[in-house]
Structures are given as C-alpha cells and as structure tokens.
Design a protein around this ligand. Sequence first.
Ligand code: NAD
Length: 462
Amino acid sequence: MKAHDGMYIDGAWRPAAGRDTIAVVNPADEQVIAEVPAGGAEDVDAAVRAARAALPAWAATAPAERAARIAALRDVLVARKDEIARTVTAELGAPLPFSQAVHAGVPVLVAGSYAELAASYAFEEKVGNSTVYAEPVGVVGAITPWNYPLHQIVAKVAAALAAGCTVVLKPAEDTPLTAQLFAEAVHEAGVPAGVFNLVTGLGPVAGQALAEHDGVDLVSFTGSTAVGKRIGATAGAAVKRVALELGGKSANVILPSADLARAVGVGVANVMGNSGQTCSAWTRMLVHTSQYDEAVALAAEAAAKYGDRIGPLVNAKQHARVRGYIEKGVAEGARLVAGGPEAPREQGYFVSPTVFADVTPEMTIAQEEIFGPVVSLIRYEDEDDALRIANGTVYGLAGAVWAGDDAEAVAFARRMDTGQVDINGGRFNPLAPFGGYKQSGVGRELGSHGLAEYLQTKSLQF
Ligand code: NAD
C-alpha cells in the first residue's frame, strides 16, 4: 500500500500540524519502506474534537445500525486481506503465511463477533423496580503496540464502536501502515465522519497527549507494563477510565500424566510463532524432574526444526534487547540447547529459535518478558512446586496445562493466577475474555466482556 501523508480525522486525510515524520523499516532487510507523519498534541486535539463532535449522534444510533457498519468493516477486511497480510509482513516482518492466517485472519473473526454482539447485546435490562441502561463511555483514546498490529486495533475499535463510543487511535510507531489501511477500511465501510480517527506519532509525544487529553473519557492501552503504569497513573489522577493490556511471562505446565511430546512440541511452536513477540506466549516450560531430560531433548529438536522459518524481530532495539537477554541467561548459568545470541543472518533483525535448559525460577530469563523466540525449561519436584513456580512472577496473562485428562488439568489451572489457560492444547476463542491478573493488566478485551469495558450503566427507578 501507499502511505498517507496525513492523519485520518473527521472522515478525511488531513495534513499534520508539524513536519516531523517516522520512517517505517522492513525488519527483514532493514530498508526504509515508507514515511508517515509524526503527529503531536495539535493533531491529537483535532482528532479528539472530531470524536467528541461525532459522539452524540453515534451514541444514539440504533445498535442494529452500528452492527451493520461493523459488518461492513469486516467485509472490507475480508476483501483486502491479501493487502493487509503483505503490509504486516513488510513492516513487522512476519512470514507471509502467518500474516495471512493470523494477522489478517483473526481481525476478521473479531470484527464479525462485534457485528453480532452489537445486534444482540442487552443494552437495557430490568432489575426489580429499575431499568438499567448500558450507555457508551464516550470518547476512547486507543493506544496499540506493533506485535499484532491489526488485531489489537480491531479488538479495541470494533468493541468501542459496538458500544456507541467514538475513537482516536494512536498506533505503534513500527506499524503505522497497517493502521492507515485500517482507517481506509473504516472509511470504505461507511462509518460516519469523526467516529473513528487516526493520529500516527511517537508514544511519548502523540500517545502521551492522547492519554492526558481532557476530552478522552477512557484510555484503552495495550503495550508494555512500564508504559501502562504511567498511563494508569495519568488516568487515575484525572478520574478517567482505563483499560490496560500489558506484558506476560506465561507458564506452560506439563503434568507427568501428559502426552510429553505433544505438550513440548505445541509449547515450542507457541513461543516461536510471531518470532516470540506474543504477550501471551508460554515462555516458561515447567516439566517434572522425572521427564526433564527427555523434554529438553524434544524442545531442542523442535526449535532446531524451525531453523530459518521464523521471521525477524520488529526493530534493531528489540534485536539487541533479546540477544542481551540470551547472553544474560548464559551468564546466569542456564544451559543453551538450541539457538543462541549470535545473529543468524547478516541482514535483518533475526534471532535463532533458542531453548534454555537448567533455568531456575529466579533467573532474569525466567522473570522478565523477553519478547523473542526464547523458551526456558524449568524443573519442578511436585504439583505444589509447579504451582509456586507458575505463579512466581509479577505477571498473569496466560498459560497452558497439559495432563492425561482435562479434569486434572482444570484442577491445576484453577489454582493459577492468570487470565486465560489453554487446557491440553485448547484453541483460541475470539469470544472468550482476554486480559491479565496482577501486573498483566486491568480490564478485558474480546467478546461481551470486551464490549462491557466501553459501557457505563445508568439506573432508572420506578
Ligand atoms: P510500548 O509500551 O513501548 O508501546 C505501546 C504503545 O504505547 C505504542 O503505541 C507506543 O507508541 C505507545 N507509548 C509509548 N510510550 C508512551 C507514553 N509515554 N504515553 C503514551 N503512549 C506511549 O510497547 P511495545 O513495545 O509497542 O509492545 C510490546 C509490549 O506490549 C509487550 O510488553 C507486550 O507484552 C505487550 N502486549 C500486551 C498485550 C496484552 O494484551 N496484554 C498484547 C500485545 C502486547
């Protein structure tokens, strides 16, 4: 796609207030592929004003009409899925088949689910002598990361539009082209002017201006825990609503009764997908001491099979950061059994699929989010030990449990401090609430729980 030299505000592409730009780099070959404007406070202000002006009419629109617009948006995403996949591959680096299946495919499912929910949700209920209305929260400031660039936009925007909110989106610096494509799709879908607005720009400039703007009623942020804490503090000081989807360090718990080969194989694949840049990736594999050596061999073999098939990391900074974590793992005494810190290619931000054995729960690589293709195998003695290790980080976003039968896995999963757990390889469900316990966040996305984030209640007593 061709980059727009402007912001999408009030239904049209408009020049930015300033002249600063952001270079978009293809991480596979380090070439600049486009420039987009780096917006500032003035652009954010114009976008928020447009969203406020559009709010009363959109909030009053019949849910069936909102559902029709979101269904039209889904149809545009379907019609343009090849262009979406190519754009994500160009700016994120994901291999094209992964971009087609996941980066372009999942947003279609999520947009479709909100088209249905907008039409079927009970925006009004009777409670005793009261009628309770679920009303839109107002203007949403949405701030998204680069790792699932379209999914994270759609998870926020489709839910907000279904609720009757209007939106200003500030996407990640690394993936603005996907966001511009999304704005084109919103326009093509006939969403009224001002209901959705896009400001590209730097986080500490445009992102911060959006989070601090008085005209924003709810800040919905997905990104790092460090930035999320600041946004939460800013929103708290202004008594503004906030939803935070933050980092993770999820555990893949393999109980002794599980099918070990399958659990290890799926576990490694879960981390290598998207080059390890998945907030919910199961980066800690917990294996009983009696099966540990076998699991290490299986994991090393599974990682080696990936070889060249994974894409690069998103940018030079992440490349240096992830390789630094691998060096730290070695320095702290973990044993490399696949991959390592050396860059496997001269060009592009590639890291080899990496597996560490002999990782102890206190090591840096077992505590901090690496956000790269790195799996750590940790040994446990019994179930209580496994639970202590699984729950022993500041995060609680996701996880997996494998056992001989689902009931045994469920019993363990219920004791985990985490927002979602896949039982024996359970599939992704776009209607299930997604979000974190502990420092992985506040609030939920997807399905009816995700819709409820954008609603506030008003009770009328009779
Ligand atoms: P990041 O926090 O650096 O940036 C996320 C977004 O915030 C970007 O749009 C960025 O421009 C903006 N931003 C940066 N500084 C800001 C500031 N001071 N004020 C306002 N906005 C600011 O995160 P990232 O590196 O882009 O993304 C990776 C992180 O996102 C990882 O930690 C990952 O776990 C997390 N993540 C979480 C989820 C989830 O659902 N829980 C999903 C995907 C990614």
